[in-house]
Design a protein around this ligand. Structure first.
Ligand SMILES: [Zn+2]
Length: 281
């Protein structure tokens, strides 16, 4: 409520011949009328310019919350407008502001970044060069289950690139740079330390090239990978956020619950977690 609304409502109060007994509590300066001077008195107190003591303070606590503050003015105004009774037991409660949207919880442990507990490797967050040893058991088991599920639907899936360590990525990336130049290579290949393949939680399926776009296998993966705990890590239309081209072949293990939530949200992992992905060098 705007202060002007309060003042005009309070002025309207002065014009009213009768007020209920409850409203007497709003007669802060005890002149047997509730008028703008009471509002001014309370406002001055709220601003710390005037102390209210004893009976005056008690009376000024219109809503009975043992504080004299702007909610008392609002309570008076609401009463004057006939919206609210002033009876000590029911009082206007100032709406609480929406809690600030909280940012992601980012932890770095031994050089490894976890965002809300999810291990992250992207263009912003890198991994130490000694990190990783292979696909994790959980990731591999989830893949085997997905592979079996796909087989039931007549789809054959295999891992064409699973874990890659820092130095594997170093040579791979630099080969691409030599072939296509750095700017182009950065759109489809991660710099060493920034590859998700180094996490042991990501893999490329079947054919990691644009010729995989639009295949039956790509469609099956998109439709079903979340059932097994994977997400399409670099979705179509999110290139500017993930920092990578659409890769229908690249899946990232996050567990079934999270995979379902992320997939249903239509967000890429960066959006879902509220983080970015760009090289800071
Ligand atoms: Zn990949």
């Amino acid at each position: 409520m705007k202060i002007t609304a309060i003042i005009s409502a309070a002025a309207a109060a002065a014009a009213l011949a009768t007020l209920t007994a409850f409203a007497d509590a709003g007669d802060v300066n005890a002149d047997r009328a509730i008028n703008v001077s009471d509002v001014v008195l309370v406002a001055a107190h709220v601003k710390g310019q005037r102390a209210l003591s004893g009976e005056a303070l008690k009376n000024a606590d219109v809503n009975g919350d043992n504080k004299v503050n702007v909610t008392d003015i609002i309570t008076i105004a609401a009463h004057v407008k006939g919206i609210h009774r002033i009876d000590g037991s029911s009082s206007y409660v100032e709406p609480q502001p929406e809690p600030e949207p909280k940012g992601p919880n980012i932890e770095v442990i031994n050089g490894v970044t976890y965002v809300d507990g999810i291990l992250i490797a992207n263009k912003t967050y890198s991994l130490p060069d000694n990190y990783g040893w292979g696909l994790t058991d959980e990731t591999l088991n989830a893949f085997y289950q997905m592979q079996a599920g796909a087989w039931q639907d007549g789809i054959s899936l295999w891992i064409c690139s699973g874990f890659r360590g820092y130095w594997d990525q170093y040579y791979l990336y630099n080969n691409y740079v030599a072939r296509d130049g750095k700017a182009e290579a950065d759109t489809y290949s991660a710099r060493p330390g920034h590859s998700e393949h180094q996490t042991g939680l990501a893999m490329d399926l079947n054919n990691a090239s644009r010729s995989f776009y639009g295949t039956r296998e790509a469609a099956w993966i998109a439709d079903h990978c979340a059932e097994y705990g994977f997400i399409i890590r670099y979705p179509q239309g999110k290139e500017n956020i993930t920092g990578f081209i659409y890769e229908p072949w690249h899946v990232r293990y996050v567990g079934k619950d999270l995979a379902r939530k992320i997939t249903d949200s239509g967000l890429c992992l960066e959006e879902y977690l509220g983080i970015d992905s760009y090289y800071h060098y």
